[in-house]
Structures are given as structure tokens and as C-alpha cells.
Design a protein around this ligand. Sequence first.
Ligand SMILES: [Zn+2]
Length: 405
Amino acid sequence: MTEVFEAKYGLPQDVKYCKACVISNQRPSSVIEFKNKPSDKKPTINFDDDGVCSACRYADVKKSIDWNAREKNLIELCDKYRSRDGSYDCIVPGSGGKDSAFTAHVLKYKYGMNPLTVTWSPHVYTDIGWRNFRSWIDSGLDNILYSPNGKLHRLLTRLAFENLVHPFQPFIIGQRLVGPRFSMLYNIPLVFYGENQAEYGNNITENESPKMDMSFFYNSSMDVCDLYLGGVSATNLIDKYNVNINDLNPYMPLDVEKLKSVGTEVHYLGYYLKWDPQECFYYAAENTGFITNPERTEGSYSKYSSIDDKIDPLHYFTTYIKFGIGRATYDASQEIRNGKINREEGAALVKRFDSEFPSKYFHEILDYMDITEEQFWKIIDAARSPHLWKKENDEWMLRHALWNE
Ligand SMILES: [Zn+2]
């Protein structure tokens, strides 16, 4: 009998890799919750009977979609909302990375909309991220840069790392909310996000709808006491960490009545236009002055995705620790599905880069989170699920690496 090792986070016991791309069945569906507790189990990506992941299956579906008809739908939607008096007619949340750069620019300069772009600030801008953000605005777009309370956001980021080993969690919540929040504040009902994350293996039925499920943004039955941020209840944040209840507002679900009175709708541009990250990059390079990193991103081989925040590489390192899935795996899987590389090439890139430790901004991010290197490694090693990791000769190794398949 083979030994059974504990699987943390409710992950599937048997590690399997998709037959078409390089993602494993350990990939969590990025369900964002206002009540993320450390003990929560995570739903994971679906594999079908042929061992192919739902994201690869959707990549096949995309090939048969009538994109001309979808573009017509987009034009109808724009016609319905387009402003005639110079006021803003849609909100485009984003950082000025390739995807939001493409979304806002194409809506304004191809489809004649008048977007207001809104940005939930990265934790710590990289030089290149700040430069791309400025170039995006300079390409002819209005922007509101929203920077959350720095003291609180640092605390929440640290707690999210300590309790969830997910330093990005408070950022993701804030960033997700910022579009609909400004829709309410400025009375602009239409909000455009770029791609639907379902393309990467969340609940695949979400791809069939152009609109985001709004129930995420409000929860009428929810009291502030039910909120969990960084794995800590709001009550504890207030009592133990001296957080002012009002300061939690940017992370709170939105007022459902207000959302309904404005008529806020969140649409994915990726539903209407065939989404290809590399094509977004080419478009942004040509039209919004987007430039790539001169060097490849740590933990991967790519140079143009998620390069604006110094905490990004650490985020992907934590997914490598928790799920055995690093940044090269995410990048290669996406590029395989979009026909840029084949599975063999992808596997070689994963082997070469996935485990690379992000040292470039490491100490800066430790300072940001106010934790020591010793604490960091204690948290990281405790987060390794025994069914994924083993220690041999004092070295941590994946039990089921892709290249050993
Ligand atoms: Zn796949």
C-alpha cells in the first residue's frame, strides 16, 4: 500500500497534470470571498475524463465562437451607453498593464466610448510599472489612482501572508471592488473588465455570460462582523489591531440598493473580443507606450505580464509552495492554450523556472510586510502540503513534478 500524505487546503490527494497544458489539478479556482478564513477549503480546477483541464476545453470552445457576432453585441452595448455630452460613459478598472491598457484604449479609440480608468494602486510600484501606468494615461485617457490607506493595507497584507500565505488577498478584494465602487460614486453604470478569469479554470459556466455575477459585490445579509480580511475577522481587526471600522470600507461589499439604483453592470471585454494576452501586449506596445521588462520575470520566462508590483513575484512563489504551481506554469499553460508554444516546450520552461526564488525585491517586501526573514521561512515551510512536498538531504522537493511524469 502506498503511503497517504496529508493534503492541505482541501486539495485533491492525487496530483495530475492536464494532458494538453501544464497546469495541475491542484490549481484553486480563484474564488474571492469576503469571509476567507485560514481553514477554508479551496475548490480546484476541473479535469474531464480525458484528463484535460477546463481552461484548455474553453480554449477549444473559443475557436468556434462567432467573434463577428460578438463584436456586434459589443457595438450595441456601447451604442446603448455612449455619452453624448462629454461625460464618462464607462469605467475601466486597471493598472495600465497590457490587458487594461488594451481594454481602455480600444474602447475609447475604436468603439468611441469615453472611459474613466480607475486604478487600485499596487503595493509597491516597480519602476517599469509606474512608467507603463503613466504612458497609459499619456496615450489619451483620464485616470483616478486610488491608493488605499497605506498603514492598514500593509497590516492586511502581512496578516494575509501570515494566516493565508496569500499576501495578495486584500489587494484582490480592493481591486475587484474599485470598478463598481467608482460606478456608484460617479453614477456611471457600465464597467468593463478585460478577460474573464474563468478562462484560466474558474467555474467555466461563467464564460457563457458577458457579465460578472454581481452578487460578489454585495451581500445584503452581511454584517461587518462577518468580514474576514487577511484571515482575521473584522471584530478582531478592530479589537486587537486597533483598526478603525471606517477604514475597512474600501474592502467591504457594496451597498446593494445603491448599486441597483445606479444600475451598475460589469462586463468582460473578453466575452466580446477574442482575448489573447500576447495580442493585448502587441496592441499596448503600439498604442499606449507599454514596454516590457528588460529582463525576464523571476520564476518565469515572460517579460510582460504582472510586472507593475514588487510583490507579484512573491505572490507566485506562494502559489508554488501551496499548490506546486509557480509562475512559469501559469504563463506556459496560457501560452500553450493560445498556440504560442507546445506542451513539451512548456514543460521545459516549467522545469527551468517554476522553482526560482524571487530574490530581487525580497527584502523590500519583507520590510513592507514588517516580517523577518526567519518568520518568512517558518510560514513558507509550514505552508507546504505534505502530499506535494518532501524533504531530502535537507532540500525540499516536489513529490510529483511535471517532468517526472
Ligand atoms: Zn489544460
